[in-house]
Design a protein around this ligand. Sequence first.
Ligand SMILES: [Zn+2]
Length: 426
Amino acid sequence: MTSILSNAIAAKRDDLIALTQDLIRIPTLNPPGQNYRLICEYLDKRLSGYGFETELIRAFGTPGDSGKYPRWNIVARHAGAHSGDCVHFNSHTDVVEVGAGWTFDPFGAEISDGKIYGRGTCDMKGGLASSIIAAEAFIELYPHFAGAIEISGTADEESGGYGGVAYLAEQGYFDPTRVQHVIIPEPLNKDRICLGHRGGWWAEIETKGEIAHGSMPFLGDCAVRHMGAVLSEFEDKLFPAMAARRTDMPVVPDGARSSTMNINSIHGGQKEQDDDFTGLPAHCVPDSCRIVIDRRFLVEEPLDQVRGEITALLEGLRASRVDFDYELTELNAVLPSMTDRDAPVVQTVTKAIEDVMGKSPEYVASPGTYDQKHIDRIGKLKNCIAYGPGILELAHKPDEYIGIDDMVDAACVMGAALESLLLPKG
Ligand SMILES: [Zn+2]
């Protein structure tokens, strides 16, 4: 269905393309967190020109913040002519490393076959550009709207969001008295609404041994064999138990509707030598072996249970295995987040997708976490979804792209949502 606003957005297609290209050409690589100030200044100039009041906010003292790599964020607010709800579009400005395998210039923002190529096109500068165009077209068409529109560009989502949304939430920017509806234009695809994400628990487990000569291992205690026992327990007990659990959350892809765990790394024994080392190893029994685990859990699983399940396996080994000793260090924990299907922002965007695309949206949840966790837990704001253009599977890959038509369609959906939330009814 076309509307006056959809037509106005479609007429801004060239502007949308140029805006996306400009954003891609500012390489905001994280780590280390480059050019955050530059991209905030660009957004400041752009949004100030459309009557937004802007604030540039540095997340002093957050992980990675330094004189060389300051964590800058922007919050831009455009108040309407009357009081009403505030709709906030939050996009992260950071992109992940380029990696190998590109056939396009990762920061060239080249256009080919209706797509813009580059690192961060789909995750998520295309979504940011769509939300800006939607807001600008809406403000031009309805200067007397009620409430307020906010657009934020935030740092460090790819490294946990502590110098971005978490910091802003701590400062009160996502207080439900200030902001009522949040849309995060992550690349979930233009006809899907993402209601939330699974939780994550990251830990390091170290098994301990005793160093001895490799020809007499019985005089020492092999930490790698102890870790082998841990991994056997995981294979025999933990992995089957996790696979049997299914969540009611609509997590995609289907494999992520169960609990999962990745073993990120394992290291035991002697320190690895540099690549140019040509010598032979010394013969030692390893006195330490470490793994890092990445446990993703469901909204139905309390964090204490997730921790307790692994601790119980380790304690079981301590009781049953001679000289078994371990240390478990928690690295980070993020609770699952899930917005109700009848929340106002879900209902509004559902109707907007139906009106713009003539079909009902698919409801999904994300296997990994994103900034919704901070808006939910720190900001205490539950009325939050992810909705934006782009194909999730392209995120972080070589030759990442965003479809221009998809960006226009998603901007029309965002505009239609603004009409429902910020125009007087009737
Ligand atoms: Zn993202």
